[in-house]
Ligand binder design. Structure first.
Ligand code: A2R
Length: 312
């Protein structure tokens, strides 16, 4: 199987490339932005900006992949508030550029569009855990763009008989994630405190939000499983099915450190609008592929903290 990962130099991309190549023996091609470096040796790497429609066509024609994982995105909720225009350009216009370029090929590769559990937005208590058919009420700009990508993917699949599937991935975590995301942020701060690089105070945002966290290595296994067994036009939730309060995550991370650390609320880390509970119903994914997560939360937090201990 010849796989192309668009947006391969991000957090998920290198895990996906390694999994496809090392565990499944697939031939892997990946794209990155010109300014990025791609750390893993498991794939052939090309520069690509998905806002450049011509570049996409040239690359697809050169590689002719059997399947395409579309990971490229402006993926930060916080940044989407600060720069909605860029988020809309990359996540909607960029995805349409890619789908148009695929549509013009003389064959039909399988496509997996990566969306987000954030698309559901303000989930009511009686809607938890949330299934794929739930009403979407995006609560931030990032979520709105991913909901839009999903809808456009479905329209292209139907209108042009393209082999397009989508996932709504809930929070994924692990070593090497950017510290703009909560778990990496907490672990980095603790590692810095342990090294004496900052005072023993961890600065946090909204601790009462509950999120569904899955190890990134489990997440990428679900993506390849869907590439093998998913149905065109369908959307699949990817999540553990268990929401955990951010406060519990914080306590678990703090319990992994010998240092006595004080917790302080930082106004900069509070978001303008927050969604209280996001928890996945992953029944559809599980019944279609047999996938289930195998890496526990404690293990992921330990490994992420160890990663940051080695980085700071
Ligand atoms: O923003 P950068 O410079 O770190 O690059 C990101 C890249 N990217 C683009 N690639 C091609 N053309 C663009 N115009 C463009 N803008 C951004 O997509 C980054 O290397 C990659 C996305 O990786 P992350 O932000 O690390 O996301 P992650 O955690 O790997 O998630 C993968 C997918 C995303 O669609 C998320 O929204 C979703 O899973 O949850």
């Amino acid at each position: 199987m010849k796989a192309l990962i668009i947006g391969g130099a991000g957090f998920v991309g290198s895990y996906l490339a390694d999994h496809l190549n090392n565990n499944l023996g697939w031939q892997v091609y990946a794209t990155k932005m010109e300014h990025e470096t791609f750390l893993t040796g498991s794939s052939s790497v090309y520069d690509l900006d998905i806002l450049n429609r011509q570049e996409i066509s040239a690359l697809l024609n050169a590689i002719r992949p059997d399947c395409i994982f579309h990971l490229a995105a402006q993926s930060s909720v916080a940044l989407s508030w600060k720069n909605p225009g860029l988020t809309i350009d990359v996540n909607i216009k960029g995805s349409v550029n890619l789908l148009d370029a695929i549509r013009e090929l003389d064959y039909s590769p399988r496509v997996l569009l990566i969306g987000s559990g954030e698309e559901y937005g303000h989930i009511r208590e009686d809607e938890t855990p949330v299934g794929e058919e739930n009403v979407l009420r995006p609560g931030n700009i990032y979520a709105a763009t991913k909901a839009c990508q999903n809808m456009i993917g479905k329209i292209y699949a139907q209108a042009y008989s393209m082999d397009i599937m989508s996932v709504r991935a809930f929070n994924h975590i692990g070593p090497n994630q950017s510290p703009i995301f909560v778990v990496a942020d907490f672990c980095k701060q603790v590692a810095e405190i342990e090294k004496g690089l900052r005072e023993p105070v961890i600065r946090v945002g909204n601790l009462s939000a509950r999120r569904d966290f899955t190890d990134v290595r489990d997440v990428v296994r679900s993506y390849s499983a869907l590439m093998e067994h998913g149905k065109p036009g369908e959307t699949y939730n990817v999540g553990s099915g268990r929401a955990v309060e951010i406060n519990s995550i914080l306590e678990l991370i703090l319990s992994l450190s010998e240092k006595k650390i004080r917790v302080e609320i930082d106004a900069d880390r509070l978001r303008p609008v927050d969604v209280p509970v996001i928890e996945a119903d992953a029944f559809k994914l599980k019944s279609c592929t047999g996938w289930k997560p195998v890496i526990g939360l404690e293990q992921t937090l330990e490994e992420t903290l160890d990663y940051w201990r080695g980085m700071v």
